[in-house]
Design a binder for this molecule. Structure first.
Ligand SMILES: [Zn+2]
Ligand SMILES: [Zn+2]
Length: 255
């Protein structure tokens, strides 16, 4: 499994695009790429990594804040422009199909009907296990201003956990247990707590408690990332029992 960190930023960072990951299997005959979250700054980052409009197999949307899903209209527009014919899986929480339809209608009225390829929606609610695109999907609710689902994907090459937005909860920790890679948002460093968001210190503790081999910290608040990130790096470097790092856009990890 190859993970590409397309963007690692929060909603309004002028230097770091919205957090988004591209997951691809190592088997060329596999189902194709999977995009985890698609905020408004993400679509331009996707194209250099795709060799054809049919390569992307699916999209996961953790929640409905703009920096996590407002890129979808532009993503679908270019897939249509470049001749995609393959069905696209879109996975998220309850109500996802209706919300995507309404978003498309606002962005490009009437365009949804002319797409030329099908959208296949799947709801991955906590307590359920879903099999889509060769992965087993499970979810848990994080603590965030809007309902957000952390997701765990088990597939060839291992298991990964992606928090979306939000502070860890007992349920998200249970979900992450045994994953090789934890990708977690950390809006703040440690002492300054921000309601509905994680911290670098909390992520390290979370990843250790989950028994993860790797921790990638993303979605760091822009001023923290700009002015105080040396401290975050020192905390990540000093983390025991887990290989913790803060990826830059374009960084890749192979599991
Ligand atoms: Zn966000
Ligand atoms: Zn959010």
């Amino acid at each position: 499994m190859k993970i590409t960190f397309l963007g690692v930023g929060e909603a309004c960072d002028e230097r770091y695009p919205n957090t988004s990951l591209l997951i691809r299997g190592m088997d060329p005959g596999g189902p194709g790429g999977l995009l985890l979250d698609c905020g408004f700054t993400v679509p331009p980052l996707v194209w250099p990594w795709l060799s054809s409009p049919d390569e992307l197999a699916g999209v996961w949307l953790s929640h409905f804040h703009g920096d996590h899903f407002f890129g979808l209209p532009a993503l679908l527009l270019r897939l249509w422009e470049t001749g995609r014919t393959r069905r696209l899986a879109i996975v998220g929480q309850q109500g996802i199909g209706d919300l995507v339809d309404r978003t498309m209608d606002l962005a490009y009225p009437g365009f949804r009907k002319r797409l030329g390829f099908a959208l296949e929606f799947s709801q991955a609610e906590p307590g359920e296990s879903l099999n889509v695109l060769g992965y087993e999907w499970r979810t848990a609710v994080s603590e965030h201003g809007q309902r957000c689902l952390a997701v765990r994907l088990d597939g060839p090459g291992g298991s990964i956990f992606y928090s979306g937005d939000g502070r860890p909860t007992a349920a998200t920790l249970e979900l992450a247990k045994g994953c090789r890679l934890v990708v977690h948002e950390a809006f703040a460093l440690d002492s300054e707590t921000v309601a509905g968001h994680g911290t670098v210190a909390g992520c390290i503790e979370f990843a250790r408690a989950a028994g993860a081999e790797f921790l990638a910290v993303v979605h760091v608040q822009r001023e923290v990332r700009r002015d105080r990130f040396e401290r975050a790096r020192a905390m990540l470097d000093a983390a025991a029992e887990v290989d913790a790092f803060a990826p830059e856009p374009g960084d890749q990890l192979i599991l």
